[in-house]
Design a protein around this ligand. Structure first.
Ligand SMILES: Nc1ncnc2c1ncn2[C@@H]1O[C@H](COP(=O)(O)OP(=O)(O)OP(=O)(O)O)[C@@H](O)[C@H]1O
Ligand SMILES: [Mg+2]
Length: 271
């Protein structure tokens, strides 16, 4: 008798595409299996969020993502008492839910969060793996599959903001940069549907513009923007218009800088 297994034809189905920079996938897997938290740092649009989604899907873990901002407090993560039908009931926040149920709790732009967030993260991100809930009097031990991942962009806007050493030193850290040329071309082609031969000049342009970071530009062209541009071209938009809308305009508001970028684009793309 043959037993029909309902295996998906493509073993990667449902796993978001991710082109690796180096050994980060193995590093993530080892850290998760040994219950170590991870910190990701790198410029905007270089693949940090995609990496977390990819790894969580590979490991079969749910991800709960919190975008931190300067009003985010510990209570937003842990939970609070709410009035429901005349009664006060405790409602778990995303962190508490993940601690109880397991999976990845991903805190994006962690440097933005209020200082009291570090207080709840500390006992969770060292070998205790505990979440004390003062309001309910509970002390919750994290599920074995629970993992904290935090990320931030150490760019210009965060110069004044940084994590305390006692927080930083609780995480295995991975620094991200943009992919090497060939891999970035491959990734942009997969994401946009545009052929690699047509993506290559866009990646070359982006790499050239990245060298202007710190002089005329605050940030380099992200992989995200190259994908936007390639997607517009794939949809039939003329190259020059796509480059202007998806690469040049998002980079700067200054007319003279924009004009200089248009020139670099014309020289690189040969038109
Ligand atoms: N290495 C990569 N593999 C596959 N896709 C990538 C990769 N890097 C970037 N991308 C693509 O670029 C987009 C932006 O990446 P992502 O959202 O992960 O950036 P980020 O580093 O989290 O940026 P931010 O700091 O602004 O949140 C993704 O939607 C994905 O399409
Ligand atoms: Mg992100």
């Amino acid at each position: 008798m043959t037993i029909a297994l309902n295996l998906p034809l493509n073993p990667n189905a449902g796993i978001p595409h991710y082109t690796a920079h180096g050994n980060e996938c193995a590093l993530f897997e080892s850290a998760w299996s040994r219950q170590l938290p991870i910190l990701l740092k790198g410029p905007t649009g270089c693949g940090k969020t995609r990496f977390v989604r990819h790894m969580a899907a590979r490991l079969g873990l749910p991800v709960s993502t919190v975008s931190c901002h300067d009003d985010l407090t510990a209570a937003d993560l842990t939970g609070r008492y709410l009035l429901k039908g005349g009664e006060t009931v405790w409602v778990d926040g995303p962190l508490t839910k993940a601690v109880r149920e397991g999976g990845v709790c991903y805190l994006d732009e962690i440097v933005e969060a209020r200082k009291d967030v570090a207080v709840v993260l500390h006992p969770l991100t060292d070998d205790r793996r505990l979440l004390p809930l003062e309001r309910t009097g509970e002390l919750i031990e994290a599920q074995s599959s629970f993992m904290v991942v935090v990320s931030y962009n150490p760019g210009y806007q965060n110069l004044m903001k940084s994590l305390k050493p006692s927080t930083r030193q609780r995480f295995v850290s991975i620094e991200f940069d943009f992919l090497p040329r060939d891999r970035e071309i491959a990734a942009v082609s997969i994401e946009s549907g545009l052929a690699e031969s047509r993506v290559a000049p866009l990646v070359d342009l982006a790499r050239r513009l990245r060298t202007l970071k710190g002089q005329d530009l605050e940030e380099g062209v992200s992989t995200r923007l190259i994908i936007y541009c390639a997607t517009l071209v794939d949809a039939g938009m003329p190259l020059v218009e796509a480059v202007r809308a998806a690469i040049i305009e998002p980079l700067t508001d200054e007319a003279d800088v924009k004009a200089a970028l248009v020139e670099v684009a014309a020289a690189t793309l040969g038109r």
